[in-house]
Design a protein around this ligand. Structure first.
Ligand code: PMP
Length: 395
């Protein structure tokens, strides 16, 4: 191949997902900042879409990775060999989860964890229908895509899984009127891609009661809300419910690829019998990823109080006041500034990049600015960031 610059190579030889990639080339990332080749730094206001919640290259995560690298990397497909990093991760999660969520299936991504959760619900209940929420996002694989109501993104891939019933989040009547009891109700407690839409407590409790009454499993996707982002380790704690299957990803890996679906032993058991190997994954629970993840879970749990997430949310809300900002949605450090138009948002993102802030929009809310920084972002950084945003909106 002829020698061409990285950007040209990226455009020509790496699969493109849109015709307008950001094309920012980052040389290194540390703490709250990304650095390009000229040394210019960018505050990471989105944590690589809710991944780098502990900042980039947290020293304790790096240490855990190095320690594991010196012992072993891949040994065998998931589920056969006892690997201490998997055990340690399960113990770390066990320390911060209610006792009924005591069985852990570690996979490679959020989407794979959703697939596993859906398969588990089908196996446990013997049913095939799912209730999903309009405007939810659960991933890019075909099972996860089946749970997506948005025709623009999912239509081209139909037929997807049958028997998916979409209801408007917060519509308790629609839920109660379901004719057929489903295998599961799947929901995000905060619909992140809708622009951080927070589900009401009444609705989430109604889903819990519906599941209890019909034998459906409650699958809660905390891939974006998990790992401290909303102020508690998991958002479900704030709703006072416990899901039957909890799905994690993104920040779980401390910067390494990790996903997990977590249930009771009684539920999870059915993936190991009749037929056995109910979910097969070669790299799921990779020892280096699990080591990083166990460190990330422990660091998050130990530091959660010191992150002062609720205070930081208040600070963002206080300083993000402008006629072009119609409202700020979300909880904790999973916020969305809904602007007057998509055009304002696109302009703001490019202006912010120029001014050293890396941010983005939302899949279903292209008019909303994504605010999901590392949880350790400082008050000073928040105030400066908001000032830059307001100045850009004034231009
Ligand atoms: N669920 C939610 C709520 C997500 O935000 C995402 C990713 N944006 C996924 C599932 C899918 O995760 P992944 O991209 O790791 O497959």
């Amino acid at each position: 191949m002829p020698h061409i610059g990285n950007r040209q190579f990226f455009l020509h030889h790496l699969a493109q997902t849109s015709d307008a990639p950001l094309l920012l080339e980052i040389e290194r990332a540390e703490g709250h900042y990304l650095y390009d080749a000229t040394g210019k730094k960018y505050l990471d206001l989105i944590s690589g879409i809710s991944v780098s919640s502990l900042g980039h290259r947290h020293p304790k995560v790096l240490e855990a990775i190095h320690t594991q690298l010196d012992k072993y990397m891949h040994l065998m497909v998931y589920g056969e060999v006892v690997q201490s990093p998997q055990v340690q991760l399960a113990q770390a999660l066990g320390n911060v989860l209610p006792p009924q969520l005591d069985n852990f299936y570690f996979v490679n991504s959020g989407s794979e964890a959703i697939e596993g959760a859906m398969k588990l619900a089908r196996r446990f209940t013997g049913r095939s229908a799912f209730v999903a929420q309009i405007n939810a996002y659960h991933g890019g694989t075909q099972g996860a895509l089946s749970l997506m109501s948005n025709e623009y993104y999912s239509g081209a891939y139909r037929p997807l899984l049958p028997n998916i019933h979409f209801i408007e989040a917060d519509n308790i009547d629609a839920l109660q009127n379901m004719a057929e009891p489903p295998a599961a109700v799947v929901l995000e407690l905060i619909q992140a891609e809708r622009g951080s839409f927070v589900l009401s407590t009444e609705y989430v409790h109604a889903v819990r009661e519906f599941c209890n009454r019909t034998g459906a499993l409650m699958i809660v996707d905390e891939i974006q809300t998990g790992m401290g982002r909303t102020g508690t380790m998991f958002a479900f704690e704030q709703y006072g419910i416990v899901p039957d299957i909890l799905v994690l990803g993104k920040a779980l890996g401390g910067g390494m690829p990790m996903g997990a679906f977590i249930a009771s032993k009684e539920h999870m058991q059915c993936l190991s019998e009749n037929p056995v190997l109910g979910h097969i994954t070669t790299f799921g629970g990779h020892p280096v990823c699990c080591a990083a993840s166990a460190a990330a879970v422990n660091i998050t749990a130990e530091n959660l109080q010191h992150f002062h997430i609720t205070e930081k949310e208040k600070l963002f809300r206080k300083h993000l006041q402008h006629p072009k900002i119609h409202r700020v949605e979300g909880m904790g450090l999973l916020l969305a500034a809904h602007l007057d138009s998509e055009q304002t948002c696109k302009k703001l993102i490019l202006g912010a990049l120029n001014d050293g802030i890396f941010t983005d929009w939302f899949l279903y809310a292209p008019n909303a600015l994504r605010i999901a920084p590392p949880l350790s972002i400082t008050e000073d950084e928040i105030v400066k960031t908001c000032r830059i945003i307001i100045d850009l909106l004034n231009k």
